[in-house]
Ligand binder design. Structure first.
Ligand code: PLP
Length: 416
């Protein structure tokens, strides 16, 4: 009897995302994703925290939700509430917090409660790819609002809100990354936050505040969160331990009033975020978070400086960028002739991975000659060598930069 392999294809429902490519390892020069600095993972502290908490409370693992209920491990929510009060001026209690499996699950849950196919949301024109792909998959229109060096532009937001009102469209939310914006690295001032809250209230539109980079600010100072500043509610706040401790732990949180949290909890269908991760984080963070973060940001700042120096050395004036206020990314503008989607393909063949701008923007033409580079995970040498290799590839493909390390290059542009 011949055995014919079972074919799942006819059973798949329409609308699934395209199949994933098989993972073939990371590029030699890995400037993509929001990864962290391996040397800054507080391994010893996490080991000690794991031993202490498991010895003391390991028996609670017998229950889904430990002894803390569906909103997440109580000591972790206590830590988050205290941290948000101290750093972001948010006066919430542990009842306003739900622990999630990364802030990505926070995005899914908030979207799940608020969005339906055909809805419209307002979003920063350059923004997190994971947010854009989610909205596209849900069939939601993402209207991009341009940014300047202070974040989302309020004149453009006001115009978009007025325009939608004329069309009788009430957007479901205004999504913003106000504190170290991804990918631009800007921080929205307190004054602009006030303007944003005023506009949102006037138009009856909630704000979705994604604050996962707020711990990674070079001078450690941040404006209050939009959630804290709002006098009438209407803000949902999400955060994460991915950037301040480690992304692979997959722990984030949502802060919202019970009116919305009570609608969100039924959408958290995973039986609870990993208990070990929550327990170890709480145990570690209570004692060590405030010492750990300045060490991490110092290391990240040094890597950023190396990346900016390398770009200046190898791309000269062909690479334009602002010095970001914190975070793990540099958002770079290359000459108009460069198509970063094509540059990425050629660079990958040379071992360099970059995030092409069009994937991080609602305006693909604006993103065409821009790219996002993550400087947190590569070593100092990998940053230097990777940027040098990228410049070589860019010159070969597009004829720029014409000068590298003050030496004029013969351009050998390949026409396509
Ligand atoms: C703006 C923003 N939101 C959410 C996430 C998701 O992070 P995580 O699920 O690791 O908390 C990221 C990751 O890079 C991000 O940049």
């Amino acid at each position: 009897m011949t055995s014919i392999p079972f074919d799942f294809a006819p059973l798949l429902p329409p609308g699934l995302p395209p199949p994933a490519a098989k993972w073939t390892g990371t590029a030699k020069y890995h400037f993509i994703g929001g990864n962290n600095d391996a040397d800054q993972i507080p391994v010893d502290g996490l080991v000690a925290a794991a031993t202490a908490v498991l010895t003391r409370e390991g028996r609670t693992l017998a229950n889904y939700g430990l002894a803390s209920g569906p909103q997440g491990y109580r000591p972790l929510r206590e830590f988050v509430a205290a941290k948000l009060k101290r750093d972001a001026a948010i006066a919430c209690t542990i009842d306003d917090i739900m622990i999630t499996s990364g802030s990505l699950q926070g995005l899914d849950i908030v979207n799940g409660v608020l969005l339906a196919r055909g809805d419209t949301v307002l979003i920063e024109q350059e923004t997190y790819q994971g947010s854009l792909t989610r909205l596209a998959r849900l069939g939601v229109k993402a209207l991009g609002i341009p940014l300047d060096d202070g974040g989302m532009r309020m004149d453009a937001l006001a115009a978009a809100l007025d325009d939608l009102k004329r069309k009788n469209i009430r957007p479901k939310y205004i999504y913003t990354i106000p504190t170290v914006q991804n990918p631009t690295g800007t921080i929205m001032s307190e004054a602009r936050r006030r303007e944003l809250l005023k506009l949102a209230q006037a138009h009856g539109v909630p704000i979705f505040e994604d604050d996962c980079y707020a711990d990674l600010i070079w001078d450690g100072r941040r404006p209050p969160a939009l959630y804290a500043m709002s006098e009438h509610g209407g803000v949902i706040h999400i955060g994460s331990f991915s950037k301040s401790i480690a992304p692979a732990l997959r722990v984030g949180y949502i802060v919202a009033g019970w009116d919305m949290l009570s609608r969100m909890l039924p959408l958290k269908t995973d039986g609870g975020t990993g208990a070990l991760e929550q327990m170890v984080l709480a145990e570690f963070c209570v004692e060590r978070f405030t010492d750990h973060v300045p060490k991490l940001t110092r290391a990240l700042r040094r890597k950023l400086e190396i990346m900016m120096e390398s770009l200046a050395e190898h791309f000269g004036t062909a690479a334009e960028f602002d010095d970001p206020k914190g975070g793990v990314f540099l958002w770079v503008k290359l000459p108009d002739v460069v198509d970063t989607l094509r540059l990425n393909q050629a660079a990958l063949a040379a071992g360099v991975a970059i995030n092409p701008g069009p994937e991080w923007s609602t305006d693909k033409a604006y993103g065409k000659s821009r790219m996002r580079l993550c400087f947190a995970s590569p070593t100092h040498d990998a940053i230097r060598q990777g940027v040098a290799t990228l410049a070589e590839v860019c010159r070969r493909e597009f004829g720029v930069p014409t000068r590298i390390a003050n030496v004029e290059q013969r351009t050998g542009v390949q026409s396509r």
